[in-house]
Every structure is written in C-alpha cells, then in structure tokens.
Design a protein around this ligand. Structure first.
Ligand code: IMP
Length: 501
C-alpha cells in the first residue's frame, strides 16, 4: 500500500497522525487504524477502556478486542503498540485479549502499558452497575465496565494505577483506602443485588465477594498482584517513550468512542467519562495537540448511530427507537422486524432497516444501535475541536436507498433557555449544534432531501466511479459544513477506500 502514490503523497509531511470520531462512536475507526498501522512505527491509544470494541480479523476469523490497540496485529513487524495513561486499564480483559493472540500464534512482544494508566477494579464495575440499576428512567445506558467510577476515583484522589499492581503492600493499602467510603455507601443498597452483580463473569464469578464487607480485599490484591507479575515487562513510562521519538518515528494515535460522547464536549451527562476528542486523545498519551501533524475525524454518512440513552435529534423513530434499542437484542429485532429495509415507509422500521444493512449492533454489549440521519449542526460543532479533515465511512450501507435526508439545521421549540450569555427562544434556527441536553431534546431537525443512488458502490476504485447522485450529496454537504472529505470508505475491506483528491 505504501507504494501507492496517493497514499505516499497524502502522508508526505506527516509524522504524527490521529484518527478520532466526530460522532457517537462506531463509525469505523478500526478499519482506518488498521489501514494506517501499515504506515506507522508506533500505534498508541489514550482514552476509554473495555467500553470500546473493535473487531480484528485474525487468520480470517473475527475477534472483538476492547483495550489492546488495533495495531497489535502488526506487532510481529516490530511495531510498538501503546496503552496510554488516559486508558481505563482492566487487566482481566487485556490478559484475555493477549491469550487470544497467543492462541492465534500472534505476538505482542512490543506492547507497552503506561505505568500510570487508570486501574479498573471489581468495585468500579459494581458501582457502575448499581448506579445504573438504581437510576430508573435516568439511566445513562453505560456498558457496565466501571468506566465512570474509575475516572471518578482518579480525580477524587483515591484511584489506583497500573503501577500499583507491582508493589504488593501499597496495592493492599490503596485498595483498602479506595473501598472504605464505598463500603459505607453500599450498606444502604440491596444486599442481594450487590451479591448478584459480584457474581457476574466480568467480576470473576464472585471470587472477590465477601458477605460481611462485600469485597474480599485479599482476593483482589492477590489477583491484581498476579496480573502485575504477568504485565511487568510491558509496564513503563509511555509518555517518555513517545516524546523521545516525536517527529522522528511515525506515530498513529488511535481514538476510542466519539466526540459526542466526550465528558468535555459531548451531550453531558449522556457521555462516557473520558474525552475522546483530539484534545483528550493527545493528553491521554502524554502529547500535545500541536504535536499532531494530521487529525482525521471519522464521519459515518449519511446516517449516524448512538448506543445507550441520551438525545439524538435525527433519530429514526424517535423515542420509540430509543426505548426499543435499550431494551431489546438483535435476535428480538430479527424476529419482529426481519423485513425492515432502508426504504421502509415507517420511520422506525427504516431505522431498523439501516441497522440491518450496516450491521449496527454494539461490539461490546450487542445492543442494537439507534439510527438516524446525518446531523450537520452536530458535525459543525465537532469540527470546531477535531478540525475539518474527515473520512466518510459506511457509504455503501445506503446503497439503494431512494431518498437520503440530511439535517441542515434545527428549529428550537423549547422554553427560553440560557447558554452563557446567549438565550435560545422558541422558533430559533440553530445551525451549529449545542450539545446541551436541554437544548438538544427540543431541536426539530430541518432536512434537505436528496435522491439516492441505485448502484452498488462497493467496487468503486476512485472518486469518479461513484454515482453522480452520491457525489452531489457529498459536495453539497461538505460545502455547507466546511469540511474536507479526504477519504471515502465504500466497504469494510482496506481496498474499499477511495482518496478524494
Ligand atoms: P460508559 O462509557 O460505559 O460509562 O457508557 C457511557 C455512554 O457511552 C453509554 O451511552 C454507552 O453506550 C456509550 N459508549 C461507551 N463506549 C462506547 C462505544 O465504544 N461506542 C458507542 N457508545 C459507547
């Protein structure tokens, strides 16, 4: 691929490249991380944890990985993969992922783990799940991987880091300190519910459970100390490693989730607890935004998806879809709506049809992803942070869709609402999305309709081979937002990638 002129030209002046997502995640970052891993010497991840999921093809078989960077399959070529300090590190999951690699005969000898990555403990998963179970209709719809509690503990100054697994006495002391307040709080909760969660396979089937104190500190410390021994040779100062080679080696920064799920820039509180924007990604690997030569923000087009709860103005089927996706499985959906297509006349069923066509089911939870039309106000907002160079993905999912709708702006239909010095009033037109729940839930999308394209685009090799109707939408949309669509993905394989210029 690097012999390919376009590819060489594209990355001519680039030493550090970042791939982030401009939506709610699940936009096909994995394909592009894999694509650019061939170019990179080092692949580094800096945010999120086992809440993320990327599918990796190993010897023709699909595996879903959560924490190990997608670039790991290039380890045998001497490429370094880094799990940075901003990552929520769950040792059980990472060990399982490495076991999979072992079984497939693949190496991970160049994997490096930040000594100061945030350590996920059983109590984090318990707190996450209890809080969700207790929140009724106010649920966030988390993945249950302890992400919120682990970052909360870090900023509350009671968190543990990967390094603590190497020092047994400190490990025991810190686990006790971390648990002290939680145990007091847990005494107010339903004991049977706690017991049940503690016996979940993600919490090692009850191995860490104690009837009296809920947690068996010794069992946790023993297990984590053993993990420490296992990971010891991989743990190091990854910030320094990257700084030392910055500008000399080719570095690929692999984003997780998407900017609309950012705790800093997303639709708070319906977000994850790290910052998947370029700002959070660079911070999570110990670099600065200005160290990055090219940021490519992925945009799924011309539909988008969201997992879990929270506002989604262009959602097909609105609240019905949100409710359905958060309470049903793929199997339920196939049974009930097996005939849904991208052209179904009922909006909800059209959403299901797009889900079928794009295989939009969570890699971590298996949940159906809520689907809706591409939202330009939210994209205009995203590129203020992530920059205007984008990759369009999954365009082939809408092959054969007769009418494509694009949300150009919103009409606000809520009560007067202040955001800082600005007041939003009923009837206001909103061109740049404001990711505030109280605004978003009152935004009525204003669509422009475009005729779709009939043909199969998965075999297109260059921009000129794409159908005219599709190119018209791309041109219109990107002029209206001011983004530069650098690459276009027309299928899951590497070869199904088109450079626009
Ligand atoms: P958490 O990250 O598990 O705390 O979940 C918080 C919110 O982020 C929920 O709505 C999740 O569905 C969503 N979320 C977390 N990770 C992903 C992801 O990789 N893709 C899509 N949504 C995600």
């Amino acid at each position: 691929m690097q012999g390919n002129d376009k590819f060489g030209e594209f990355l001519k002046d680039v030493k550090t490249l970042a791939i982030v997502c401009n939506q709610w995640g699940d936009t096909g970052k994995g394909k592009f991380v894999d694509y650019f891993s061939e170019w990179a010497d080092i692949i580094a991840r800096g945010t999120g944890g086992a809440n993320a999921g990327h599918t990796i093809l190993i010897n023709g078989k699909k595996f879903v990985f959560h924490i190990v960077p997608s670039g790991i399959i290039h380890d045998f070529e001497g490429k370094i993969n880094i799990i940075g300090k901003g990552v929520a590190f769950e040792p059980r999951v990472v060990k399982e992922e490495l076991d999979v690699l072992d079984k497939a005969g693949l190496s991970y000898k160049n994997l490096k783990i930040a000594y100061n990555a945030k350590l996920v403990l059983p109590q984090h998963m318990l707190m996450d799940r209890i809080k969700e179970a207790d929140s009724g209709s106010k649920k966030i719809g988390t993945t249950g991987r302890g992400i919120g509690p682990v970052y909360a503990d870090y900023v509350s100054r009671v968190g543990l880091s990967v390094n603590d697994m190497l020092n047994k006495e400190v490990l025991v002391k810190k686990i006790k300190k971390n648990l002290a307040e939680k145990i007091k709080l847990l005494r107010c909760y339903d004991k049977e519910a706690i017991k049940e969660i503690m016996h979940h396979p993600h919490l090692s089937d009850g191995r860490f459970y104690s009837e009296e104190e809920f947690f068996d500190v010794n069992a946790i410390a023993e297990e984590y100390y053993e993990y420490g021994k296992f990971f010891k040779d991989m743990i190091c100062d990854t910030d320094k490693l990257l700084k030392d080679v910055l500008g000399r080696k080719r570095i690929l920064l692999e984003g997780a989730q998407g900017i609309l799920l950012s705790v800093e820039h997303g639709s708070y509180p319906y977000v994850t607890s790290s910052d998947p924007s370029i700002q959070g990604l660079t911070k999570g690997v110990g670099l600065d935004e200005k160290d990055v030569d090219l940021v490519l923000g992925i945009v799924k087009a011309f539909y988008m998806t969201r997992v879990g709860k929270g506002p989604f103005p262009t959602e097909l089927g609105g609240e019905r879809s949100e409710e359905w996706c958060n309470t049903h499985t793929r199997a339920d959906e196939e049974k009930e709506y097996g005939g849904g297509t991208v052209n179904s006349s009922d909006e909800f069923e059209q959403g299901v049809g797009i889900r079928f066509s794009g295989s939009e089911y969570g890699a971590t939870t298996g949940r159906p992803r809520r689907t809706g039309w591409l939202d330009l106000p939210l994209l205009r907002n995203a590129i203020k942070v992530n920059g205007s160079d984008v990759i369009l993905t999954k365009l082939d999912v809408l092959d054969g869709c007769k009418i494509i709708k694009v949300c150009m702006e919103y009409e606000y239909d809520g009560d007067d609402y202040f955001i800082g010095e600005k007041v939003f009033r009923k009837g206001d037109r909103i061109n740049v999305g404001v990711p505030d729940v109280n605004i978003l839930k009152h935004c009525r999308p204003i669509y422009k309709e475009f005729p779709g394209w009939e043909s199969d685009i998965t075999k297109a090799k260059c921009y000129d081979e794409l159908p005219e109707n599709l190119k018209k939408i791309i041109d219109f949309v990107w002029e209206s937002v001011g983004v530069n669509a650098k690459m276009i993905s027309v299928g899951p394989e590497r070869e199904q990638t088109i450079f626009k210029e």
